[in-house]
Write a protein that binds this ligand. Sequence first.
Ligand code: 4NP
Length: 168
Amino acid sequence: MSQKVSVLFVCLGNICRSPTAHGIFEKLVEQNDLQDQIEIDSAGTGDWHIGKSPDGRAQSYAQKRGYDLSHLRARQISPSDFADFDYILAMDEQNLADIQQMQPEGYSGHISLFLDFLEGGQEGQEGQEVPDPYYGGDQGFELVLDMVEQASSNLLDHIVARHLNADH
Ligand code: 4NP
């Protein structure tokens, strides 16, 4: 594990949901001046979009809320990610199953659905997915942004409370 707390967001293509989470969480971390203590990346379980920028719709809906995703490029999750990341957060159940299948024995980090952090991970809230917006309409991208903004805020609170100094 790195000294920083490290977070990897994972979806299928790494062009819609996980780059959206990457960009939103990155901005939140910067706003809280925690970029020296928290490292962020995103990846896809699939390999179709390696090297590509986020989907144009994901970029433009994120831009309207002040998030710039243009610097992100898709990559595929790799076995070395389990050595590098403390938190590996899946957008849906299939992503989670694919990650768990790759997980090496002895991995001591946290693997779960990202939305387990929605509502602070209260009992009964687990198991929610970020729906794949790729083949759907505009509302799908807005819904992704709504869910990711809320879960990001709770995730940051969790990491600060659990790993970082109490004065942040
Ligand atoms: P993402 O969305 O997993 O949120 O990046 C998708 C992007 C591409 C495809 C599926 C989902 N695709 O089938 O190419």
